[in-house]
Design a protein around this ligand. Sequence first.
Ligand code: GLP
Length: 241
Amino acid sequence: MRIYVTEDYNAMSRRVANILSAQVILKPDCVLGLATGSTPVGAYKQLVEWYKKGDLDFSQVRSINLDEYVGLAPTHDQSYRYFMQSNLFDHVNIVPANTNVPNGLAEDAAEECRRYNEVIHTLGPIDLQLLGMGHNGHIGFNEPSDVFELETHVVNLTETTIQANARFFASADEVPRQAMTMGIQTIMQAKKVLVAVSGKDKAEIVKKAFTGPVTPNVPASILQMHPDVILVGDKAALSLL
Ligand code: GLP
């Protein structure tokens, strides 16, 4: 595992964007696994800037997002589809049909997960998977559990995650209770994994995930077994490593 320690959130974002853009430059038709949450916002902003300067071309890139809330329309401002459109897709020349996010409004979420797996099997393996990390070690929405779930599946969100994500909604009551998420096997099959972390509040879980035992109780700990992981974090998030 390669670790890059940066001064602060902005420097972390630039480094993450550097690595994503290197991937796009080296393989213009690459498959990017993309993530949401507050952590990657700065990196996406940087990519948009470089695109506008003419330094990046997304016209052949395919993307597969990690997850989506069950029950939120793509136009809901807290849906992950909306997040991706407003933070990245609407501002670069990626072809809309080449972007993939589970459909939160699918009538049958389990069926939607099966469809999403098909998409992943057709496009994959993912060349570079970007990940943030929840405070309980979740990646995508793979919550702490007794087993590592393999493929895209429906999850019941834990109370910690609901509370953590409540800041984006009017109240915790409005946070969906379920989500669809890419499974751990799919994440592990990515050729390269890029984990981004920022802030002191992530320091404890970063330490647990990367130096503690590999267990489905800390889903991110499985990344210790991946042959090509890059961890980029600001010094606050990496302070306990
Ligand atoms: C959400 C997402 C994750 C993300 C995590 C951390 O629950 N499903 O993909 O990594 O939050 O979010 P943040 O980056 O805001 O700390």
